[in-house]
Write a protein that binds this ligand. Structure first.
Ligand code: COA
Length: 387
């Protein structure tokens, strides 16, 4: 019964109807729709409703949800004042975790989360879901300006989540291709079964903590370099490699020193991550559209992929979602230390879908352990301890 499996690999910790991965075939679906189909046809707003509700929304449901989201882009004055006192060197993920948990003080009401199997107030669940998803992108974009000593840019209710995110970052309306790419990035990162941060959200949710605590736990878990933090490391790594010609030597040296190649490998996929395939295509499209300075980075990335396939493919290690996402964000003018925060913006949809699934049929998480410590022994008073 109590076999220990490091990293809980292969252990089913919940039942879920939200998303599905076939790691051998490289397939990912949300609520039964393939990710390729959603990336092609859907939007972040529609995908979010699909994740939350289980079905594609009607036009009226989507329009109501979009209106609600947009009406809550604005962040409360006191949260903004609190952010002014954060150190400008603070990491965006630490800022986001702190700001999201502080929202809980401004939007109380979790006393309605009671009992084993349901939430007493579905309106609370819906309102908090909208409030958190609407707040994430503005918080991230506001911090970009505040940490450099400027006032944040006010959100615009006539823009989608992706458009408003880019607008609040740059102060300019994004061109349609960039806005579309950002929207696809949000769709691709919105959900991914029971990864470390989602598991963290489930554990917090199972105690009936507020959704703000649930999401701030998940943000903290996502921040680690083995999870969401890998995308900024990829861009740093590609910069260090410098050119496609240098890739082989650099990778062989890193592998000889037992270092990880950032953006490679995934517990679930034994082939190329389908999200990496979609992002790879988007980078190619962007280069084709504007013949940009991305060329060198992209060429280096493709060479790294080729060499890693040769050196690591037999272990089932291929590019994951983080391998190409950083290249796109850098092209949008977003600093590397903000990439993981963008991941969190998107993943808030999946985390909240899992939170809602958890509290609708809840049992507190309380796993066991295999004790490896000492047998019961006598207490020795301080005076009698020799060494
Ligand atoms: N670079 C080099 N070797 C890698 C590797 C990488 N990025 N990812 C996995 N491997 C190797 C491991 O060293 C191990 O080799 P071994 O069998 O000779 O010891 C083998 O592949 C299996 O890897 P393992 O560490 O058991 O996989 P995991 O499921 O525990 O870890 C990750 C998955 C994602 C943590 C791991 O692949 C990784 O660290 N990747 C880099 C970080 C990253 O990009 N994370 C974002 C994930 S979306």
């Amino acid at each position: 019964m109590s076999e220990f499996l490091p990293g809980l690999e292969g252990v089913a910790a919940t039942k879920s109807a939200i998303s599905f991965i076939d790691g051998e075939k490289g397939l990912l679906s949300y609520r039964g729709y393939s990710l390729e189909t959603l990336a092609e046809n859907s939007t972040f707003e529609e995908t979010t409703l699909l994740l939350l509700q289980g079905e594609l929304p009607t036009a009226k449901e989507l329009s109501d949800f979009t209106k609600q989201l947009r009406s809550q882009y604005r962040i409360k004055y006191h949260i903004r004042e609190m952010m002014r006192h954060f150190p400008s060197t603070g990491h965006p993920m630490d800022m986001l975790q702190t700001a999201v948990s502080s929202l809980g003080m401004f939007y109380p009401g979790n006393e309605c989360l009671t009992g084993a199997d349901t939430c007493g107030d579905l309106q609370y669940v819906r309102n908090m879901t909208v409030n958190i998803i609407a707040s994430m992108a503005p918080l991230v974009a506001m911090w970009q300006h505040m940490r450099t000593g400027y006032d944040p840019i006010e959100p615009r209710e006539d823009l989608s989540v992706a458009e408003n995110l880019l607008y609040m970052f740059t102060g300019k309306e994004a061109d349609p291709l960039m806005a579309k790419i950002m929207d696809v990035c949000l769709v691709l990162h919105a959900e991914h079964t029971l990864n470390a941060s989602t598991f963290s959200a489930l554990v917090s949710g199972s105690t009936l903590a507020t959704p703000y605590s649930v999401i701030s736990s998940a943000i903290g878990t996502l921040s680690g370099p083995l999870h969401g933090g890998a995308n900024s490391r990829v861009v740093e790594m590609l910069k260090e490699i410098g050119s496609a010609d240098n890739a082989e030597k650099w990778i062989d040296n890193a592998l000889a020193n037992k270092e990880v190649i950032w953006g490679m490998g995934h517990r679930e996929y034994k082939v190329k991550d389908p999200r990496a395939t979609i992002l790879h295509k988007l980078v190619s499209e962007l280069i084709e559209d504007r013949g940009s300075s991305l060329d060198t980075t992209f060429e280096t990335a493709m060479k790294v992929e080729e060499i890693c396939e040769d050196r690591l493919g037999h272990k089932g290690v291929y590019p994951n979602v983080d391998f190409y996402s950083g290249i796109l964000y850098a092209e949008m003018g977003i600093p590397a230390d903000q990439f993981t925060a963008l991941f969190a913006v998107a993943r808030s949809a999946g985390w909240l879908a899992h939170w809602r699934e958890q509290i609708s049929d809840n049992r507190i998480y309380r796993p066991t352990q295999i004790y490896t410590g000492s047998d019961l022994r006598d207490y020795v008073s301080l005076a009698d301890r020799t060494s």
